[in-house]
Design a protein around this ligand. Structure first.
Ligand code: BG6
Length: 471
């Protein structure tokens, strides 16, 4: 496995590899090779890795000697992506009897150079894999070019495009909830579902990533990929089998059924300063005139037999009142209440909490206890996965643990296929082009709020309301 000692390697990749090593899923004899352009020796790399693992791997087994044996698997090699330096040495570190995965955690502009050098130096094999991180393109055109660049050296079944949301335990649970239970699927259509709300709220701001983020914005950074993937998993038809192409074919059909979004069905926002003196968006990205959005809310319509008439409302933003990713499936009202209007009526809502506090809640209507007339109240049937799985249950693995192991096992189910990524851009591009053509300026919103008030109007027009963002 070839990886770079960048930020993602420190925070995610190395700690995830270590945790899988602790679970005995990385065999002795494996080599993990950090590759970058800076000067460093193996000892320096191992020290950096040890510090990263102590900080980000939750301290597991760090002091019982396991960390030391893991560090022995690590090597560092300097290479010049656009020159000859280091490639022969890198090749000498690879053995023939292991699966090779090349993890390109680099600027996409280097994908082609790296692929070409690996090929020229005889390191690519029919069984090898290449992992690429987002952003996978900036728009349809650049995504297509990246797909073509990779296709020049790798087959599609060797390319693993990471969307870390697909590696989250609870996102995979969406498929288990839908297709592992008889209960929900018969109701999972426009006849019974009034609408669906997908919220991915973050309490953090852009942090140290202002340079990248200001060229992307919430639409490219979150909606085109993570929210799109959630929408697909909620809306797709049951695949015949849980295998890579069967699942990805169904997701692709959902994206292709998405209607263009009318400008009045979308609101962008940009956060202001926080009460705790945190900087506003423009200060955080060091661009006083930035018109990049840190928040998006929109109404998406999937025009197919199952969903025509049932809108999907999506929203995501930074510096919102809480970190909370939830999918709310709001069912239709009863066709008729036998208890009369005075008893009250309530709507069934299935809430799937992706993070934090992962679990599901189904709001059901019952009789208010006590004598007297029939009055109805709604109560939550609540299951928090951490409670249900017991105190001895392990912490959910990090998304990267699952995804990296899937790369090694050769399972592409949780990775985006090239055509899926392109279809997602084809839907996103006109939205962004429209903002640019109109010189649209995002609506300001207070840090720590639920986002700009204008987002309410998207639902208000349909006589609906957003369900509150709660931690
Ligand atoms: C990343 C985005 O893909 O996902 C970030 O680039 C965002 O801007 C992050 O903060 C959210 O991921 P998570 O796992 O914290 O929900």
């Amino acid at each position: 496995m070839g990886i770079t000692p960048g930020d993602l390697a420190r925070r995610k990749i190395l700690p995830s590899l270590f945790k899988r090593y602790c679970s005995r899923q990385i065999p002795e004899g494996s080599a993990i090779i950090g590759v970058a352009r800076g000067e460093m020796d193996n000892a320096g790399y191992r020290q950096m890795a040890a510090e990263a693992i102590r900080e980000f791997a939750g301290g597991r087994h760090c002091d019982d000697g396991t960390l030391d044996t893991f560090l022995d698997l690590l090597h560092y090699q300097l290479v010049d992506a656009r020159g000859e330096r280091g490639w022969t040495e890198l090749k000498s570190l690879l053995t023939d009897d292991h699966v090779r995965s090349f993890y390109f955690s680099v600027a996409p502009g280097l994908f082609g150079d790296l692929a070409e050098r690996l090929h020229l130096h005889g390191m690519t094999t029919p069984e090898c894999r290449v992992v690429v991180e987002k952003p996978f393109g900036h728009d349809l055109e650049t995504a297509r070019a990246l797909n073509q660049t990779l296709a020049a050296h790798f087959e599609e079944n060797q390319i693993y495009r990471i969307d870390h949301y697909l590696g989250k335990e609870t996102v995979q649970n969406l498929m288990a909830i839908r297709f592992g239970n008889l209960l929900f699927e018969p109701l999972w259509n426009s006849q019974y579902v009034d609408h669906i709300q997908i919220t991915v709220a973050e309490s953090v701001g852009v942090g140290g990533r202002g340079g990248y983020y200001d060229t992307a914005g919430a639409m490219r950074d979150m909606v085109q990929n993570h929210l799109m993937q959630l929408l697909c998993l909620i809306a797709m038809e049951p695949p015949a089998r849980f295998d890579p192409d069967a699942v990805r074919d169904e997701k692709l059909k959902v994206i292709r059924a998405l209607q263009p979004v009318a400008p009045h069905h979308i609101v962008r926002g940009q956060y202001g300063p926080g009460e705790d003196d945190t900087p506003d968006y423009r200060t955080a990205v060091d661009n006083p005139r930035s018109t990049t959005e840190s928040y998006v809310a929109l109404k998406a319509e999937v025009e197919n037999w199952r969903w025509a008439g049932t809108p999907f409302y999506l929203r995501t933003g930074k510096r919102l009142k809480a970190r909370s990713s939830v999918i709310n499936v709001v069912f239709k009202n009863l066709p008729h209440s036998i208890f009369g209007e005075e008893a009250g009526s309530h709507t069934n809502i299935l809430s799937i909490r992706l993070q934090p506090n992962e679990g599901i809640t189904l709001r059901v209507t019952i009789k208010e206890p006590g004598p007297g007339g029939m009055r109805l109240i709604d109560v939550p049937l609540d299951m928090t996965f951490a409670d249900a799985l017991g105190p001895d249950g392990e912490d959910p693995p990090d998304a990267y643990e699952r995804l990296i192991m899937d790369v090694m096992r050769g399972n592409q189910t949780l990775f985006m296929r090239g055509d899926e990524v392109e279809a997602a851009w084809a839907w996103t591009d006109p939205i962004i082009a429209n903002w640019e053509a109109r010189g649209d300026v995002p609506k300001p919103y207070e840090s720590g709020s639920a986002g700009p008030g204008h987002a309410e109007q998207i639902l208000a027009r349909d006589k609906r309301v957003w369900i509150g963002i709660a931690p």
